[in-house]
Design a binder for this molecule. Structure first.
Ligand code: ZN
Length: 324
């Protein structure tokens, strides 16, 4: 089994169905409209969001969030992952009645519990949500910059790409950059190559969340390769959301062949009936990647990780040790 690393996963979207059912029991809610036979059920973006919000709403206390991070990272480690970055969303915390600080520290506590059991390293990327608005994104950036949790190492923007313009988020990203945080932004998933170009022009991230629709513009693909931008690819998510018709139509191999740095990620795994392990399996099956090629993808992810130099060196040493 190849060692794995993940850069793109939304923590609220990572809650496994069995954990959500347990949380629903705890709070006296009925999960059956959203989870059947151990899987989330949805059929369009609206019902996807309904299931997502139902489940996210079942995480309310610090202990709930600690359990969520612990459960997810422990399951990743079981599948061979040595490193995990998750997107966190202070807006979710506020909705649940927790302060962003309490929410973040609780997730961090869960990550440390998973690390104590399995050795997996975890970090957090605080995200603003586009469809909530520019002000909340800047609030999230200010929070990320001064929250003081050592596991918060990045800032990003997620949410509906069709809302807002990249220029709107420049100030938020400047706040994050000044605080020394790593920068990533979702683009080129539900919208075309233009949003990837706008992200590179205005936000100057080292990584792009998805970015796969850059494939529509060969000049942009060349620019991504030349600038060494890392793409956080999520093939299972893309197929579930019908961004591409099938895995055989997915541009992962073409982007890689063009010299772009690509990584494998699960996005909101149980909602897309996937896992990080399944993404590696998809790459093996549909993108003709052998163990060595998959290990190289893990290396790319660790090299692009928002983590201190010492931890990165230790992770690379683990990877090298496993390759021997
Ligand atoms: Zn995402």
């Amino acid at each position: 089994m190849p060692l794995k690393a993940e850069l793109h996963c939304h923590i609220e979207g990572a809650a496994a169905p069995e954990l959500v059912i347990r949380q629903a029991q705890k709070y006296g809610e009925d999960a059956s409209p959203y989870i059947q036979n151990g899987s989330f059920v949805w059929h369009d973006f609206t019902s996807f969001l309904a299931a997502y919000d139902f489940s996210a709403d079942l995480f309310r206390t610090e202990e709930d969030y600690a359990r969520l991070a612990d459960h997810y990272l422990t399951s990743l480690a079981r599948d061979g992952a040595i490193y995990s970055e998750v997107f966190t969303s202070p807006d979710h915390a506020t909705k649940a009645g927790l302060s962003p600080k309490a929410y973040t520290d609780a997730l961090g506590e869960g990550m440390l519990r998973a690390k104590a059991k399995t050795g997996i390293e975890g970090r957090m990327i605080v995200t603003g949500v586009r469809h909530v608005g520019v002000e909340s994104i800047e609030r999230a950036a200010r929070f990320a910059a001064r929250c003081g949790n050592p596991l918060v190492t990045g800032f990003g923007v997620a949410g509906d790409e069709r809302v807002g313009e990249m220029e709107d988020y420049v100030r938020a990203f400047e706040i994050a950059r000044e605080a020394g945080l790593g920068i990533t932004i979702h683009a080129g998933e539900l919208t075309g190559w233009e949003t990837v170009q706008a992200a590179l022009d205005h936000i100057r991230p080292s990584r792009i969340g998805h970015g796969v629709r850059a494939i529509e513009n060969p000049d942009l693909v060349r620019r991504i390769a030349d600038e060494g931008i890392v793409l956080e690819c999520c093939p299972g998510s893309n197929i579930a959301l019908k961004v591409f018709d099938s895995f055989d139509d997915h541009p992962f191999p073409a982007l890689q062949a063009a010299g772009c740095k690509v990584t494998l990620n699960s996005d909101d795994p149980p909602y897309f009936w996937t896992s990080l392990k399944r993404e590696y399996d998809i790459a093996a099956e549909h993108f003709a990647m052998n163990e060595k090629a998959l290990a190289a993808v893990t290396r790319t992810a660790i090299e692009a990780a928002f983590v201190d130099r010492k931890t990165k060196a230790a992770l690379l040493a683990r990877l090298n040790g496993a390759a021997r």
